[in-house]
Design a binder for this molecule. Structure first.
Ligand code: SF4
Length: 368
């Protein structure tokens, strides 16, 4: 099942381990996929439905915005049913952090500098420690203090790092070390530079992301480049791909990114040829239909959808299973060897899915 053409996965940066609920983050633990709900947190039913949908799509940590007390209280019902650890995102009001912890969230995301002074920070740290909840310090280019903006002439990577280290010091002064750090900018080069600087300064786990990445195509590309560079350098213990709108598509991008770098695999990898003058089948339609049908398969399997019987099986030799279209027919192949021929283009999708199903059942009996 391993992709033979993959190079060895990147050597991960050594970080200390923190605990979020039952999940360990940092050290040699897997890079975790995270997202954030865009429902009104006060609407517990809608928020829980989105948490569940995200978890089903491969999200391992979900963050929820907590703008007021009502939202903090709603976390109790959401947490009770959530299949994954939850993080409360708090700004300005330390009482919301205390209420969120009371409601049972597994972790907090705050900027200790903006929740109202040392005594407030101390109260939050005390409550977090009692509940075994880690705190992520999330600095964005837009949240850097005026003093640092003046010192560095803007929200430079150095300014973001100094801002985050200032917040880290506030927690460390309280003897707290269950810390994760993020340094997001909407600029890919600035994000990469900031994380590189931070990776040289501390061994706390890092949550990586490019903020305000954009609509799906641009956002996926931007996150792919930024997070891809960092992950390839071994930087990043949790990640979020930010796309404008529905958070569910973030999962596809996040897992594709991890798969491309050989870091983690989840679900089918659909490879399809670009099509050319030899293509005699509706290949784009077939590839999309195969992808849609396999959407909820979590077992890693490489599936090729190729345009011609002449070159297809050879070009997709590394695939576990594949189909190559001909004129009103197709051949199904495994590991580059032809398995059988299907006559009639209308029959291709159904027959191919049957063979994939057979293969997945074989994996289930041989791998478990
Ligand atoms: Fe062209 Fe065949 Fe290659 Fe697809 S697999 S790009 S149809 S040669």
């Amino acid at each position: 099942m391993n992709h033979p053409s993959c190079l060895a996965p990147p050597v991960r940066r050594k970080t200390r381990v923190i605990r979020l609920g039952d999940m360990l983050i940092g050290g040699g633990n897997p890079v975790r996929v995270q997202s954030m709900t865009n429902t009104d947190t006060r609407d517990a039913a809608a928020s829980l439905a989105q948490v569940r949908a995200l978890a089903e799509a491969g999200c391992e940590i979900v963050r929820l915005a907590v703008p007021d007390e009502q939202a903090a209280r709603a976390l109790k019902a959401i947490r009770a049913e959530s299949p994954v650890p939850l993080v409360a995102d708090i700004h300005f009001d330390h009482r919301l952090a205390l209420s969120a912890l009371e409601a049972g969230v597994d972790g907090l995301r705050i900027n200790p500098g903006n929740i109202g002074g040392a005594d407030k920070v101390a109260a939050v740290v005390r409550a977090a420690r009692e509940r075994g909840a880690p705190i992520r310090i999330g600095v964005n280019s837009g949240s850097v203090e005026r003093r640092l903006l003046e010192k560095y002439g803007g929200p430079t990577p150095e300014a973001m790092v100094e801002s985050a280290l200032g917040h880290v010091a506030l927690l460390e002064d309280e003897g707290f070390d269950q810390i994760k750090i993020s340094l997001k900018s909407s600029s890919v080069p600035a994000t990469v530079a900031a994380y590189r600087l931070m990776a040289d300064r501390v061994d706390y786990p890092l949550h990586i992301g490019v903020t305000e990445a954009g609509t799906p195509l641009r956002g996926a590309t931007k996150s792919g480049v930024g997070l891809g560079i960092l992950l390839a350098e071994g930087i990043g213990d949790t990640l979020r791909v930010s796309l404008t709108g529905d958070p569910l598509p973030e999962m596809d991008v996040a897992w594709e990114l991890l798969r491309c770098l050989g870091i983690r695999r989840r679900g089918p990898e659909i490879v399809s040829c670009p099509t050319c003058g030899r293509t005699e089948i509706d290949l784009a339609g077939l590839a999309q239909a195969v992808e849609a049908k396999l959407r909820f398969v979590t077992r890693p399997v490489t599936v090729a959808v190729m345009g011609c019987v002449v070159n297809g099986p050879g070009e997709a030799r590394e695939a576990d299973i594949g189909v190559a279209g001909g004129r009103d027919c197709a051949v199904i192949f495994r590991k580059g060897e032809v398995l059988r021929k299907v006559r009639g283009e209308a029959n291709v999708l159904g027959e191919f899915l049957l063979e994939i199903d057979k293969l997945l059942r074989e994996f289930d009996t041989t791998c478990d």
